[in-house]
Ligand binder design. Structure first.
Ligand SMILES: [Zn+2]
Length: 442
């Protein structure tokens, strides 16, 4: 199935027409020349680089002009442009809408890819839809980011949530392979095997589970080769319990607070802290430092999801069940800053609309901006969060997340320098996914 002809205007040169976006084209040799490369590791930009892409993989990188290109190589001169790794949103939900809004998912994913996202981590939803989308996203010529998703586990009391009913496809929420209620008598081997059979990369641990069950789930999931992605407090288990259990990623800065509190609530429904809460736990105090040290020791990745906070800040008076949502938001920014300073690996996830309503651009650009403006990241650190660290969250850092020989050729070519101003990650000239070029139509 042939895809459309894509025009790539290379600034400063005559526009070139890049034809042949067929799947077979991914077998082609491409040389992006004169690129300024920001490789995703946090290293400073390197000018005048040639990136050789072969069969969808980065084959080599060297200074432009230092070697002759092979005759069959198609050269794409990107002089004046900045090349970063494909961006990875580590917290999306593309199939959780009980009202059926997920029918838009393919279109949204396409916009996400065109805006720079080459992978996403879906934090659980309707696994039948997710599996379909994920399979489609494995095609070499797919116009979706690569989609990785989780199968959900929670305490039985969680499964009264209306979202779970829609995702159950007539089954009983809590008693289907991708949404399993866990109790002390659950056969964990079978539960994890069923979750794995859905095609999920990971178990998502969500709500209403004690520390010992979090431990049991994590041990068995790892034994069967699955990752474990958790909410940062699941009640009564806190971030501290989860990190000690060995989960791979914890999500949401705003709930780290509970790790400092003895006897946290038993149920996720009671997650809203008391009025004095955020003043009693300094975001860079001893309790949080202890948590950060354990996260570093266990290589736990922290998915801060700052993008949910501006809504808290915009609230007037008590809102979201919080007495002072502004205060809570500030605490979450500050704890993310403290975690960064402590050396915790922080990825970039948004947990909201995948792409903006007005600009059709991925929300992840806003997350990177918040990391810089509110949590003290340098632009290069924010780019690492949204590339290499998000790839770590996926468990795919050996193939994704940075620009290096042997990695997938997932690249975003930018018209302006994102290390000078993080907002320049929005200046997308074109996107390369597995060696295939994708560009927004005019
Ligand atoms: Zn979420």
């Amino acid at each position: 199935m042939l895809r459309t002809i894509v025009a790539v205007a290379t600034v400063g040169l005559a526009p070139k027409l890049l034809v042949a976006q067929a799947a077979s084209d991914t077998l082609a040799h491409i040389a992006f020349t004169n690129a300024t490369v920001i490789d995703g590791t946090g290293a400073a930009p390197v000018a005048k680089q040639t990136i050789i892409v072969n069969r969808g993989v980065i084959e080599e990188m060297f200074e432009t002009g230092s070697r002759k290109l092979a005759v069959d190589v198609r050269e794409i001169d990107v002089a004046g442009k900045f090349v970063i790794p494909g961006l990875i949103d580590s917290h999306v939900h593309v199939a959780t809408d009980p009202a059926g809004g997920d029918a838009n998912a393919p279109a949204m994913l396409r916009l996400a890819l065109l805006g720079g996202l080459t992978s996403v981590r879906d934090m659980a939803g309707d696994a039948i839809v997710l599996r379909d989308l994920a399979m489609q996203s494995k095609r070499a010529d797919s116009d979706s980011p690569r989609l990785f998703y989780a199968s959900l586990m929670a305490g039985p009391s969680f499964f009264t949530d209306p979202r779970t009913k829609a995702s159950a496809h007539g089954g009983t929420p809590g008693d289907i392979p991708w949404m399993k209620a866990i109790t002390p008598s659950t056969d964990m081997k079978l539960a994890v095997r069923a979750a794995k059979s859905t095609g999920a990369t990971a178990i998502k641990i969500y709500a209403d589970l004690p520390a010992d069950l979090v431990q049991k789930i994590t041990t068995e999931a790892h034994r069967q080769g699955m990752k474990v992605w958790s909410h940062s407090t699941v009640f009564p288990a806190t971030a501290l319990d989860e990190v000690e259990a060995g989960v791979d990623v914890i999500s949401h800065a705003i709930y780290l607070y509970w790790a400092a509190i003895p006897n946290p609530p038993m149920h996720y429904a009671d997650r809203v802290p008391p009025r004095s809460a955020y003043d009693s736990v300094p975001p860079d105090g001893a309790a949080m430092q202890d948590l950060f040290a354990k996260m570093k020791a266990q290589n736990t990745v922290f998915d801060a999801t700052l993008s949910i906070l501006p809504r808290f800040e915009a609230a007037t008076g008590a809102s979201f069940g919080l007495v002072d949502p502004k205060r809570a938001a500030q605490w979450a920014y500050d704890v993310t800053r403290a975690a960064k300073i402590a050396g915790v690996t922080i990825c970039a996830g948004t947990d909201g609309r995948l792409v903006g309503v007005r600009d059709s651009m991925p929300a992840l650009h806003g997350e990177m901006e918040l990391l810089v403006t509110r949590a003290g990241f340098t632009p290069l650190e924010a780019i690492t969060a949204a590339t290499l660290n998000s790839a770590m969250a996926l468990g795919s850092a050996s193939t994704l997340g940075s620009i290096a020989p042997g990695k997938m050729a997932d690249l975003v070519v930018l018209d302006a320098d994102p290390s000078a101003d993080i907002r320049n990650t929005r200046r997308v000239a074109f996107v390369v996914r597995g060696g295939v070029i994708h560009r927004r139509g005019r």
